[in-house]
Write a protein that binds this ligand. Structure first.
Ligand code: CAP
Ligand code: MG
Length: 426
């Protein structure tokens, strides 16, 4: 039986519960109809090729089907058997593989994925999730807070640890490494971990509060695991990883290790804009959020409506995919059930300061992490007071008070607002 591109289009097909469904935005190339381009995308991402082939029936049964087209969008269903359990790189090679380079499309965007239960359940999912992180830190209702020393790189370990001490004692819960700080000579991993944790314990002693350190273990896989074990031996409860630069296999391996060690994972998304920034091509961030949830990080950066691109709609969709038990379909969003997989805590970050955090809590609620680097350390009186100012702004918001009014009785917040107002940095 000959299989051709046109066999990958079946507008009468009804996806089964076990199918993985992709929602693609397609801009067909000149000379191609939407149907022709969509059929080619379904073919190339499942089991077709450019020419007709005589194939046995059982191979045909594995073909993806484009079953719906509406304006520029195409819904494509993939039989579950196409995917190997517990192998995210294989999923990526299929639904995010060759298709983005096909000449039959001028642009192609993977907007969303509906993940079937059996595939989801073959992965671990988050170990802690929102509730677990709140419990670990003893933070009940307000957003969790984090800060990243700025400048990004250059501090020696003792300087880094001092910034941490000042931030922790100013009220911040989490010290976070920057995405490009790993184990450079000026700030080696082992030394930074030891000095920062010493500071952390001193800060815990001084404040009586639980603190933690999102220490960046991003490295070659074996080295990443060595560093992760060192984090555990040193008594910390979190690691941070740049999930996209270590890759999906690296992330899965890390999740296995943190599962054994009982460590939480903070996922930084450095690299995402290379493929999600251009609206009509690439892969949307909400798909990455879902993949992180399936594999099992505990937090993930979802955008902060600050210095980096990504408005209300995008941040809201990312948060939905990170944290909801299930979601209904909406424009550009497929329905998803999570079958008990724990929700991820979205981390809002990028140019944040006390004057601009309110819209985030209005949009997403308090179950988020608010992370500010420059917006803490750039305070007129430095890190410690900057940490107090951010803590005060969030206190005001959670209490339902106006940040500017709260500032009348909170000098540190007043000083931050005097410096930055409600300017969104660029
Ligand atoms: C923020 C940050 C974060 C970005 C990541 C930075 O610092 O440390 O890495 O927020 O972006 O390097 O820019 P500032 P996103 O608070 O000083 O801006 O959260 O969008 O993934
Ligand atoms: Mg950073």
């Amino acid at each position: 039986m000959i299989i051709r591109y046109s066999d990958f289009l079946d507008l009468k097909y009804k996806p089964s519960r076990d199918d993985l469904v992709c929602l693609f935005r397609i801009d067909p190339a000149k000379g191609f109809s939407m149907k022709e381009s969509a059929a080619r995308v379904a073919s190339e991402s499942s089991n077709g090729t450019w020419t007709g082939l005589d194939v046995p029936e059982h191979i045909r049964d594995l073909s993806a089907k484009c079953y719906k087209i509406d304006k520029g969008l195409a819904w494509i269903a993939y039989p579950l058997e196409l995917f190997e359990n517990f192998n995210m790189p294989q999923v990526v090679s299929s639904i995010m593989g060759n298709i983005f380079g096909m000449k039959a499309v001028d642009a192609l965007r993977l907007e969303d994925v509906k993940w079937p239960k059996k595939l989801i359940k073959s992965f671990k999912g988050p170990q802690f999730g929102i509730k677990g992180i709140r419990k670990l830190l003893g933070v009940k209702k307000r957003p969790v807070t984090a800060t990243v020393p700025k400048p990004k790189t250059g501090y020696y370990p003792d300087e880094h640890a001092k910034v941490g001490f000042d931030a922790w004692t100013g009220g911040i819960d989490l010290l976070k490494d920057d995405e490009n700080l790993t184990g450079q000579d000026f700030n080696p991993f082992k030394k930074r971990l030891a000095t920062s944790l010493k500071s952390m314990r001193a800060a815990e002693e001084e404040t009586g509060d639980k603190k933690s350190y999102l220490v960046n273990v991003t490295a070659e896989t074996n080295e990443m695991l060595r560093r992760t074990r060192l984090v555990k031996e040193s008594g910390n409860d979190f690691v941070m990883v740049d999930l996209l630069t270590v890759g999906w296999a690296g992330l899965q391996t890390l999740r296995e290790e943190t599962g054994k060690l009982g460590l939480a994972i903070h996922a930084h998304r450095a690299f995402h804009s290379t493929f999600d920034r251009v609206p009509d091509h690439g892969v949307s961030m909400k798909v990455i959020v879902e993949m992180a949830r399936v594999i099992g990080t505990d937090t993930i950066h979802i955008g902060g409506m600050g210095k980096l691109v990504g408005g209300k709609r995008e941040v809201g969709d990312n948060h939905l995919k990170a944290s909801s038990k299930s979601n209904k379909p909406s424009s550009g969003v497929l329905a998803q059930k999570w079958f008990g997989v724990k929700p991820l805590m979205g981390c809002c970050s990028g140019g944040l300061h006390p004057g601009i955090v309110k819209p985030l809590i209005d949009l997403l609620g308090p179950d988020i992490m608010v992370q500010a680097g420059g917006g803490v350390h750039g305070h007129p009186r430095g890190t410690h007071y900057g940490a107090m100012a951010l803590t005060q702004a969030l206190e005001a918001i959670v209490k339902g008070k106006k940040v500017s009014e709260y500032a009348e009785s909170h000098a540190e917040l007043r000083q931050a607002l005097d410096k930055w107002g409600s300017t969104i940095p660029k």
